[in-house]
Write a protein that binds this ligand. Sequence first.
Ligand code: E4P
Length: 225
Amino acid sequence: MKLFVDTGDVEEVRQAVEWGVLDGVTTNPTLIAKSGKGFRETVLSMCHLLPDGDISAEVVATNYDEMLKEALEISSWHSQIVVKVPLIEPGIRLVSTLADKGIRTNVTLVFTVPQALMAAKAGATYISNFVGRVDDLSDDGMVAVQDTVRMVQDYGFESEVLVASVRHPLHVVQAIQAGAHVSTMPFKIMQMLFKHPLTDSGLKRFLDDWNQAGLSIFEKQTASV
Ligand code: E4P
């Protein structure tokens, strides 16, 4: 499963890139607004930090003509950019147009299988299925992910299912169990994927035992060796 970080903060991307496990970045208008930096500059910095990664950048217009203009502008900035498009009627029309032009898209704000069907048929590269926002309404957001993965596999769609609106590591586990292609998450959730108290206590014990024995990896070799 590909791992994307969901952020508008270039520093977070820089840190995640250092781990060598990052496949891409998703942004949205809220995250870019929160960053306090320009949209183009932020997205281009992310492309440079992660040269093989997919960087999603979202249009903000809601009528087809304006959305198309924005999409062509955004995609002209860099070949790594994936144009993020909301799942509204003109958005699906836009995805079809962009697919014909070979421009990759990430359809966002997808909550149901029928919506995912529209995105897949239009030729979306990624279908961003939001789970946390559904869970917030006392429903199970992961059910639509499971059904969408099955739909994509059964009908041979080329779209990849991207689990978005991830709130905790259990969502990541469930995304894996559902066979999702990608999971995007805030940087702090990605940091939590490392954590286990038994890892911390186990490491402490190993190091205490090692140090008490006075051992060193760089010990001097004896003449007989
Ligand atoms: C995905 O691309 C979205 O930016 C994101 O996952 C939304 O998450 P939220 O529901 O936590 O805002």
